[in-house]
Ligand binder design. Structure first.
Ligand SMILES: CC(=O)N[C@H]1[C@@H](OP(=O)(O)OP(=O)(O)OC[C@H]2O[C@@H](n3ccc(=O)[nH]c3=O)[C@H](O)[C@@H]2O)O[C@H](CO)[C@@H](O)[C@@H]1O[C@H](C)C(=O)N[C@@H](C)C(=O)N[C@H](CCC(=O)O)C(=O)O
Ligand SMILES: Nc1ncnc2c1ncn2[C@@H]1O[C@H](COP(=O)(O)OP(=O)(O)OP(=O)(O)O)[C@@H](O)[C@H]1O
Ligand SMILES: N[C@H](CCC[C@H](N)C(=O)O)C(=O)O
Ligand SMILES: [Mg+2]
Length: 499
């Protein structure tokens, strides 16, 4: 595209140099710059992109975009654009260069503290059933309709995001489901992306390291819905909101009638309402009331919290013109979401589940769900990630210890922090339940599974689908599910009863 046509979409940019320059791609990473590539100098949390302008120029950048004026020595032959918001400019260039792909398919976005991955997986499954080809972007996997790959982010940056959406369109996807993280909203990774459905799952404590307060975190989430109300980008987006959640209620109030709305939950005011929930170790069923009709929903998932994920997927599907009947039929064959209440085996009456619960609310939900299966004892193995919200550590400890019969506190991804120090912070929230601290996660899993007896359930929480463990100096291969299976297989023979 010609630079002139690209900057026409920016708010009053100042420019110097040849606006007929051909731009083929855009990046905010100087290391990816080459001829034909626009470099946007973004000021980040740890680095200032403006420091990399010389590097971008030496790699042949086609244009430099910054929020301050050009240095004195800026070469005349390279155009320079000054904008007020570089992240907005990056997203606009990425979207335009990719051919505005979000306008060419039906797109559902899912935000909220917990349940984004699960809901997006369910929606992706529904869409594939009905439309045959559909894409997905989220924490676990990105799928462009042709190939599925492990993901790096929950919501990728605008360049990768728009490239993925364009690839979905190219592969004939009629729709896609994507997770929208609060980082993604705040950093404008989704700026200018047109959505058909925007789901709000819930809001509880997480990411306070980044947002400061729960209200600031909520305001970030809400700003996405507000932006869709102000500029729906040529679509008619439907807000799909959990109306049993306090912040969901606030969002409904805030939106008024500015967006079409579907409220979901158990309460009587919901448009997609669940009733008569029942579950066993193998799955659940409940009655759905929607659009004046009743449906029996059966799903191979457990946990009352998953009723919400199913309701939101059904409601978002309906917002995208998928028939409720077809969606309900597809849910009965929903796939296992990797690392979400994943059954890892049973031996000698000991059953093991791996779950990605890494917030106080998620730990509460995961533990409660397994307690509802009436185990002899629930033994929970968990830790907290380093370089993330420290305030959630004692709260996760409290939640796990209040519901479980015994706990083993261990390392999650310590990142740059001392593992022992994280364990101590978790310990400060532990209540009466018996617990011990075992820094090495593999050992903690082994101890829990070997100590468990007939009828016990072991929950390994926090890392779910992750296949690595990050330390300050190294990242190792690590998979809770593999460790669980190994520990089950190596369980010592139970003592023989004397006759
Ligand atoms: C806090 C956070 O989200 N940080 C992300 C953000 O970093 P940043 O804006 O602070 O950038 P920075 O590292 O300070 O660098 C500033 C600029 O200099 C550029 N640079 C840097 C070095 C260089 O040689 N040349 C160069 O041009 C960088 O490309 C960047 O544009 O932008 C970077 C580039 O896109 C991301 O890699 C980085 O993710 C970090 C690694 C991260 O851990 N993010 C996590 C917390 C995250 O995003 N998580 C969410 C939510 C998870 C969930 O709850 O599901 C997610 O969506 O995944
Ligand atoms: N609707 C829900 N409400 C509360 N807790 C939930 C819900 N859905 C899932 N959980 C719990 O939260 C954990 C994470 O679920 P999921 O991966 O679907 O959420 P997420 O929002 O994508 O998380 P992340 O932001 O880390 O990617 C699950 O393993 C489960 O313990
Ligand atoms: N997307 C979340 C995942 C946390 C998972 C947990 N295993 C950890 O490493 O803290 C985050 O980046 O905060
Ligand atoms: Mg996720």
């Amino acid at each position: 595209m010609i630079l002139r046509d690209l900057i026409a979409h920016l708010d009053r940019p100042l420019h110097a140099g040849n606006l007929d320059t051909e731009i083929q791609a855009v990046t905010s990473d100087s290391r990816l710059v080459g001829p034909g590539v626009a470099f946007v100098a973004v000021r980040g949390e740890s680095q200032d992109g403006r420091d990399f302008i010389p590097a971008a120029l030496s790699r042949g950048a086609a244009v430099i975009i910054s929020d301050t004026a050009a240095d004195e020595g800026h070469p005349d032959e390279t155009p320079f654009i000054q904008v007020s918001d570089t992240r907005h400019a990056l997203a606009a260039f990425a979207r335009l260069l990719a051919g505005e792909p979000s306008k060419k398919l039906r797109l559902a976005g899912v935000t909220g503290t917990n349940g984004k991955t699960t809901t997006a997986f369910l929606l992706h499954h529904l869409m594939k059933r009905v439309w045959h080809r559909a894409g997905m972007i989220g924490t676990v996997v990105v799928d462009d309709g042709e190939q599925a790959k492990p993901a790096n982010f929950t919501t990728p940056g605008p360049v990768e995001l728009n490239a993925l959406l364009a690839s979905m369109v190219e592969h004939g996807c009629r729709g896609a489901a994507m997770e929208v993280s609060s980082h993604g909203i705040d950093q404008k990774r989704i700026d200018g992306v047109a959505f058909d459905a925007a789901v709000f799952t819930n809001l509880t404590q997480d990411h306070l390291d980044y947002h400061g307060t729960l209200d600031a975190y909520a305001a970030t989430k809400f700003s996405w819905f507000e932006s869709l109300a102000i500029d729906p980008l040529g679509k008619k987006p439907v807000a799909v909101v959990n109306f049993d959640d306090g912040y969901g209620e606030k969002l409904v109030d805030l939106l008024g009638d500015r967006l079409p709305l579907i409220k979901y939950g158990f309460n009587v005011h919901c448009d997609f309402r669940a009733n008569n929930f029942k579950q066993s170790a193998r799955g659940m069923e409940f009655e759905l009331t929607a659009k004046g009709k009743s449906y029996l929903v059966r799903a191979p998932l457990i946990g009352r919290f998953n009723v919400y994920n199913i309701l939101s997927a059904l409601a978002a599907a309906s917002a995208m013109k998928i028939k409720v009947r077809d969606a309900v039929a597809a849910i009965a064959e929903a796939p296992q979401v990797p690392g979400r209440m994943e059954f890892c085996g049973t031996k000698d009456g000991v059953t093991v589940f791996v779950d990605y619960a890494h917030t106080p609310d998620a730990v509460t939900n995961a533990c409660r769900t397994l307690k509802e299966l009436n185990p002899n004892r629930l033994i929970t193995v968990f830790g907290c990630g380093g370089d993330r919200d420290k305030k959630k550590r004692p709260l996760m400890g409290k939640a796990a210890s209040e519901i479980s019969d015994a706990c083993i506190i261990t390392s999650d991804n310590p990142r740059s922090e001392e593992p022992e120090a994280i364990l101590k912070e978790i310990e400060s929230g532990m209540t009466g339940t018996r617990y011990r601290s075992v820094v090495d996660r593999a050992e903690a899993i082994r101890i829990a599974i070997h100590a468990a007896g007939q009828g016990d359930i072991v929950l390994i929480a926090g890392k779910g689908h992750e296949t690595y463990q990050q330390f300050s100096d190294r990242t190792i291969d690590f998979d809770d599910r593999r460790e669980a299976r190994r520990a089950l297989a190596e369980r010592p023979e139970p003592p023989q009863r004397k006759r």
